[in-house]
Ligand binder design. Sequence first.
Ligand SMILES: Nc1ncnc2c1ncn2[C@@H]1O[C@H](COP(=O)(O)OP(=O)(O)O)[C@@H](O)[C@H]1O
Ligand SMILES: [Mg+2]
Length: 281
Amino acid sequence: MTAHADNASLPFNPQHPVPHTSHLAHPGTPLLEAHGVVKRYGKFVALHGVDLTVQPRTVHSVIGPNGAGKTTLFHTLTGTTGVSGGTVVFNGHDVTAEADHQRVQRGIARSFQVTSLFANLSVRENLRLAAQGVKRAGAFDLWHPPSGARAHNDVVDGVLERMALTRFANQTAGVLSHGQQRRLEVGMALAAQPLAIFLDEPTSGMGVDDLDEMKRMIRGLRDDYTVVLIEHNMNIVMDISDTVTVMQLGRVLVEGTPDAVRNDERVRRAYLGNMITGGRA
Ligand SMILES: Nc1ncnc2c1ncn2[C@@H]1O[C@H](COP(=O)(O)OP(=O)(O)O)[C@@H](O)[C@H]1O
Ligand SMILES: [Mg+2]
């Protein structure tokens, strides 16, 4: 099963209401542009001037060996940590100096960790909290609480469907399977109605049964969002990415389409000739 299946065959509704196009400040231009991002930890340089350009409505994967700086790069893009140099422009705004909660209001979301779910609350309540957590600049729901609450319910219903969690809506999050909890994590990020969602290894620890479903869901996100994905599973990366950026030792090694990256000799060397082909040689 490839990820290029028709949406009609997906087990969730890809049509849920997402009026994001109106939030795109500059349709047709990159959604995210990072230039020369440097990150130092003391004398150690984790990022040596990374450039990254992410086009809207794409799945853009960042891969590379352990320690390459992928997670650190995500942290500088989402505002979890500041940069030591360089700039990050999101949707036309220079967000380099903005804190993570300010970037959330710009439409940047990152997946939550399982540990940040409220295990005693239902799936729906978790999502509702996430939906209420964000007051986007210019949003009117402060002035119209009832319609705002209804809007949140619509958002939550849409996320439940999209992440195939509708039938678990009233279960407490703590009793979900690992795969279901990982889907809820992604759903929590979606509930904030972002423009871009950053997923750092969303399939880690998943069994094969859950992998395929998550893969299709991430691919489906591209219809309404921009996805920046760190993923170790090369079958997933190669099947669902529009663009792949390969990092090594804090630098961008190669960037291109999955096919170009798969066949790049430098990438093969970085991975010591294995992994990158996802077992398909
Ligand atoms: N808070 C930190 N303090 C010091 N070094 C760090 C910190 N976070 C990450 N690093 C180092 O930066 C490098 C890149 O780490 P990371 O971004 O987690 O890589 P990846 O996600 O590609 O595996 C590693 O050598 C790691 O040890
Ligand atoms: Mg990492």
